[in-house]
Design a protein around this ligand. Structure first.
Ligand code: G6P
Length: 579
């Protein structure tokens, strides 16, 4: 949710900041801007995506610069509301990720002192607050301004009078990249990887003073040391590598992501705080919630440990009675709701475990322990390989808690995923692209697979799509079934096979065309389905994976057929750092 990048060194800052922002566009892409330091601050900012619009910004001179790609919260996306924002005199420029909750009150006070505001944003108050405090030393001015701010913020500030960047982190992510005689600051390491793999993650409340030669980090009045960490993500992971979209590349990276994540999560590496829980509570949002629901079904079925899953956004305000182990699932590690829910769980004396993909992310800082999945950087907004990597970790967790119930199957899960990557979905895509609405149905763990399939479809194709537990469709949604509302049904050989076939026939009797995902060679399903997509016969855990990957591909190819901007769907952002 908004991405920020800063550079200070000997090279021209603008191209480095712009290239960095392009890598952060998954965090927001409605407008962008950069500012460079010099006798005058140079600024260039525009509505629209930086990847399509960055030409004039490249001309900005200077070897120190800050930039921002925006996901609007306060004020519509336009040139004026785009960051950076400046003070009255244009001597100070800031970029900000997060929300200033008390901005309205601060704005009133600053206006009464004579400040002139230009934008509708909350961020502009930061520039004017720093201006109020500024007496020739940007570090002191920022340090004096920060205590007035309430909310969440990662801020980079520059001044025309000093060659430095002052960076602040409070409840929004910020990492420093340590190069040779050059320093970077960014929302995450993806923009920095091509320059350095050395990272320093700031803690909440840290203020960093960046010059060409060194960085000094302050916490309160104290100078503090933060450890340097080496990031093992490769630069190639952040490039499209010949694929037309990041999403397709990331779908194809799933065998590797699954393989790596399964092997990284074993009995030996799982944190001791998990223990032998008598029940588990999970909190998550979006796709991570769907992964949690798959886990709930598989855990309860495999080893009888009850699991409760809550939307993180509800948990904070309506906390249920909770004790024991609470697991927060979040690929970005920055989702504000999931972080709040885990904090809430801690006030109930629960043990908290985070499952995330991002080293040093906020969730790992507030949880008692963290398990990292190994998906590598995911750039496309729609979660794909991070989702399968979450499942790898969650399935291994079940394996560890339930005495190897999935046996060696997980070690070969990557092969099952490989098998379905090249499925021919032409007929299904032709049906879906004309649909007014699509229903997805399944039972047991295939119900959350349906939820995820529908979520992918609506996110990137903009076709209305809903996932349902198959038995529920007749309790209302049947009224919507027509030849223009296809149903995608996942029907695998378990105790629900017979009843699923009855459900499919009921839907067809109401005129809806049905696409069935089922075990290869299943004559009955081949006969009844309008379109049959065969899946390899295997362990249930792997059937979950293969059906899911097919639904990702169905959404992807449908969105491409409709000409959508697959990697940057409208209105969305990958990392949602506001409640
Ligand atoms: C956003 C993204 C989704 C993601 C959700 C939760 O809405 O667009 O793809 O599933 O946030 O993100 P998290 O990082 O917590 O898994």
């Amino acid at each position: 949710m908004c991405g920020i990048v800063g550079y200070i060194g000997r090279r021209k800052a603008a191209p480095i900041v712009i290239e960095g922002l392009k890598k952060l566009e998954y965090r927001g892409y409605d407008s962008f801007g950069i500012a460079t330091q010099g006798k005058k601050i140079g600024i260039c900012k525009h509505e629209g995506k930086i990847s399509e619009n960055s030409g004039s910004a490249l001309n900005l001179k200077g070897t120190t610069g800050i930039g921002h790609t925006r996901w609007a919260t306060h004020g519509v996306p336009n040139d004026v509301n785009a960051h950076p924002h400046t003070d009255c005199t244009n001597r100070i420029a800031v970029v900000h990720n997060g929300i200033i909750e008390n901005y309205a009150e601060l704005k009133r006070q600053l206006i009464s002192k004579g400040h002139t505001f230009r934008s509708e944003t909350d961020t502009e108050v930061i520039a004017h607050l720093i201006e109020e405090q500024y007496k020739g030393d940007l570090l002191s001015a920022v340090s004096d301004a920060v205590p007035y701010l309430k909310g969440s913020f990662a801020i980079l500030a520059i001044s025309s009078e000093e060659n430095r960047i002052v960076a602040v982190r409070y409840a929004s992510p910020l990492v420093l990249g340590i190069g040779d005689n050059e320093l970077f600051a960014a929302s995450d390491m993806t923009p920095v990887l091509e320059h350095t793999e050395r990272a320093v993650f700031l803690e909440d409340g840290d203020i960093a003073d960046l010059s060409r030669e060194k960085v000094t980090i302050y916490h309160g009045k104290e100078v503090v040391e933060r450890p340097m960490e080496l990031i093992d993500w490769s630069i190639e992971d952040t490039k499209k590598g010949g694929f037309p979209h990041y999403m397709l590349k990331e779908i194809y990276e799933q065998p590797q992501a699954f393989y790596n994540s399964v092997r990284a999560c074993t009995k030996e590496t799982l944190p001791a705080i998990i223990g032998k829980p008598s029940s588990v509570t999970l909190v998550a949002c979006g796709s991570s919630y769907n992964a949690g629901l798959i886990f709930k079904y598989l855990l309860e079925e495999s080893c009888g440990i009850p699991a409760r899953l809550e939307y993180a956004s509800e948990f904070k305000y309506f906390p249920p009675p909770v004790s024991g182990l609470v697991i927060g699932i979040t690929q970005s590690g920055e989702t504000a709701d999931t972080i709040s829910a885990l904090k809430q769980a801690k006030t109930h004396n629960c043990r908290t475990l985070a499952i995330t993909n991002v080293l040093g992310s906020s969730v790992s800082r507030i949880s008692d322990a963290t398990v990292y999945m190994r998906a590598g950087p995911e750039i496309s907004v729609a979660a794909t390989k991070s989702f399968t990597a979450q499942l790898a970790v969650l399935m291994q967790l079940i394996n560890c808690l339930c005495e190897d119930r999935a046996g060696d199957f997980l070690l070969h899960g990557h092969r099952a995923i490989e098998e379905v990557l090249l499925k021919d979905l032409t007929a299904a895509v032709a049906l879906c692209r004309k649909a007014a609405s699509i229903f997805y149905v399944g039972r047991g763990p295939f119900y959350p697979v349906s939820l995820e399939g529908a979520l992918k479809m609506k996110e990137i194709s903009y076709i209305h799509a809903e996932g349902y537990a198959a038995g529920e469709l007749k309790h209302g949604p049947f009224a919507l079934l027509t030849p223009e509302t296809p149903v995608v049904a996942i029907c695998m050989p378990d105790d629900t096979y017979g009843v699923m076939i009855s459900n499919i026939k009921e839907m067809m009797a109401r005129g809806a065309p049905v696409i069935v995902l089922g075990p290869e060679g299943d004559k009955e399903l081949i006969d009844i389905a309008d379109i049959f997509i065969p899946l390899p016969k295997s362990h249930k855990f792997l059937q979950v994976l293969t059906s899911l990957v097919v639904l990702q591909l169905l959404a992807y190819h449908t969105a491409v057929a409709l000409g959508r901007d697959v990697d940057k769907p409208r209105n969305l952002a990958k990392s949602v750092t506001v409640e």
